[in-house]
Write a protein that binds this ligand. Structure first.
Ligand code: ARG
Length: 583
């Protein structure tokens, strides 16, 4: 559609010149004016001539009729002036033929405008915290992040996916204490990350209990926990490279990693770098120094901060009273490092919207530090996820792990499909593709900033705007082509409304991908997928395809089917979904 719109703008620019003279309106200006009329009976593209009347100094209806005479294009069956509008009606046969051949000749590249060629994007996403559960709250950063990576790659960007593992911090002090008290090598080796999470949850509960109990008897009414003191001491030992603690830490990280890897593998996700928070420990002092030298640091109650009141934000904390660094300090150091390492044109961070202020603050600090690339930093926030209404807490142990969510979906699909698929291995493979895809699609179908309530039954349903429906439609295109034994090609056979509609839907794919990238919004793709499936299924119900008696028409319809399959496969891939040929 974009192509046709561009072509129309070019033709109009010529006609304006011809009818009204040189230098009045550029092709680009005309392009911006073109609209898609809401009422299709008026036309498929329209030029509202009101906007031209000022520069051309003529009444809009006059302009419209003059141009109607002048413009010629075989892709339109009708170019008509109506009031102040110039309406273009697409010729279904010529248009569909052009679109389908565009799709089939570009193949897996159809939809890409190559706008990222020569540019580098760094994406920071997923980034779970070691020893804490990898839970449903991470679904957003993981799948939005990966989808944005795939979308950027598709547009030609060189992409670096970074998993900024939360592999450093006071939680390791707690975990070390808990492990020494209640754990053993054997239980952790056997139980993996679940065992670490159990230990972590247990010590948090104990600390809370100690604090509560001591409140009643303490002079100042504040609770105090000896266990928390121990944890701080162990973390401090870790920070000073105590060999025993370092060894435990490395082990905890690797145990957690096993769990992440299995989830990433299931989702088909991989990262180019796993440099986590611990990596930046020795890179922070230089940035703190720079802040101090530039006079940007202020001491507030013993802590070092950057005052951001001028920008209507609370201060950004750089050093705690005890001189230890904080989350923003690390992010600043990491950004500087990544700029040097990757020379990025854009650095994207995908996290929950609860961290929006954090990013706004440290982006501002980077700007104040004089780094001229501050405006290449992009925060992409998303809303919270709940399950059947229940909010997800992290530290209580009452959490839904990401892996469990996917496993549950796979199991449910398996139970439904196993009757249809006698072959066990095939059935498992399909269940995995459909189950995982269903969860991802359901999640990505929402505008990312909205909070969502996850309902498994809805996600897995085959009717409705779901992943299984989309994959099923893709499998339908495959089976039609397989049975027909031919991919078809576009002929001159006259096409009708459902075919033209389908061709139009195929033609808007490149524009949609563009806006998905521009707005960092994978839901543009999932919504498009549903639009395309709906168009295709309407065509499928209204038109005979492989069984069509007219050879030429059959060939065109098969080609439309092949083009639909091609675009669906690309689109599903861009939202981290597989496209199984059979379901
Ligand atoms: N590990 C953090 C969390 O789970 C997310 C890290 C996001 N990335 C960043 N550069 N701050 O909350």
């Amino acid at each position: 559609m974009l192509k046709l719109k561009k072509k129309t703008a070019a033709l109009l620019a010529d006609s304006v010149k011809e009818c009204f003279g040189e230098g009045l309106l550029s092709e680009g200006e005309i392009f911006e004016m073109l609209e898609y009329p809401p009422d299709k009976s008026m036309g498929d593209i329209a030029l509202p001539c009101f906007k031209l009347s000022k520069s051309l100094r003529k009444a809009p209806p006059m302009i419209a009729s003059a141009l109607a005479e002048a413009v010629k294009c075989e892709e339109f069956s009708e170019i008509k002036a109506l009031g102040g509008y110039l309406n273009f009606k697409i010729d279904p046969t010529a248009f569909a033929s052009r679109v389908v051949s565009d799709v089939l000749s570009a193949g897996e590249k159809y939809g890409s405008d190559g706008s990222g060629e020569g540019k580098t994007v760094v994406l920071d996403y997923s980034s779970p915290n070691v020893a804490k559960p990898f839970h449903i709250g991470h679904l957003g950063t993981t799948v939005i992040g990966h989808s944005l990576k795939l979308l950027h790659e598709f547009m030609g960007y060189k992409c670096i996916g970074i998993n900024y593992l939360g592999d450093w911090g006071t939680q390791f002090g707690k975990l070390i204490v808990a492990y020494k008290k209640w754990g053993s090598r054997k239980t952790v080796e056997e139980g993996g990350v679940d065992e670490l999470v159990k230990l972590y949850v247990r010590i948090n509960n104990e600390i809370k209990r100690e604090e509560e109990e001591s409140k009643a008897t303490s002079a100042d009414g504040k609770g105090h926990s000896p266990l928390a003191d121990e944890a701080r001491a162990e973390f401090s030992k870790l920070e000073h490279n105590d060999e025993e603690n370092m060894e435990l830490w490395r082990w905890f990280v690797s145990v957690s990693f096993v769990e992440y890897e299995s989830t990433y593998k299931l989702l088909g996700i991989d990262f180019d770098s796993y440099l986590g928070e611990s990596f930046y420990t020795d890179k922070m002092p230089a940035q703190v120094e720079k802040l101090r030298n530039m006079g940007l640091l202020k001491i507030d109650d013993g802590a070092s901060i950057v005052d951001l009141s001028e920008y209507n934000m609370p201060p950004c904390l750089i050093l705690k009273r005890d001189g230890t660094t904080l989350y923003p300090t690390r992010d600043i150091a990491a950004a500087v490092y990544r700029k040097g390492e990757y020379k990025f044109d854009k650095a994207i961070y995908v996290t929950s919207s609860q961290q929006s202020l954090h990013f706004a603050q440290w982006f501002k600090v980077v700007e104040l530090m004089g780094y001229d690339w501050f405006d290449q930093l992009v925060h992409v926030p998303y809303g919270t996820v709940s399950i059947n209404g229940a909010k997800l807490a992290t530290r209580t142990g009452n959490v839904i792990l990401l892996r469990d969510l996917f496993d549950e979906a796979i199991k449910r699909v398996y139970d439904i499909t196993k009757e249809k698929h006698p072959d066990e291995a095939e059935c498992r493979e399909i269940s995995e593709k459909v189950g995982v895809g269903a969860v991802i699609f359901y999640y990505l179908y929402n505008n990312r900033i909205r909070d969502i309530n996850f309902v498994m039954e809805e996600a897995l349903s085959f009717d409705g705007n779901t992943g299984p429906y989309a994959q099923y439609t893709y499998a339908r295109t495959c089976s039609i082509l397989e049975k027909a034994g031919s991919q078809g090609k576009m002929t001159d056979a006259p096409l009708s409304e459902p075919e033209a509609e389908l061709a139009k839907t195929l033609s808007v794919f490149p524009e949609r991908i563009r806006s998905a990238v521009q707005d960092y919004e994978p839901s543009v793709v999932t919504r498009y997928i549903i639009e395309l499936c709906t168009s295709f299924n309407r065509f499928y119900h209204d038109c005979k395809i492989a069984s069509c008696e007219d050879e030429d028409l059959r060939s065109s319809r098969l080609a439309l089917t092949a083009a639909t399959g091609r675009v669906l496969k690309t689109a599903l891939g861009l939202v981290c979904m597989k496209a199984p040929e059979k379901i």
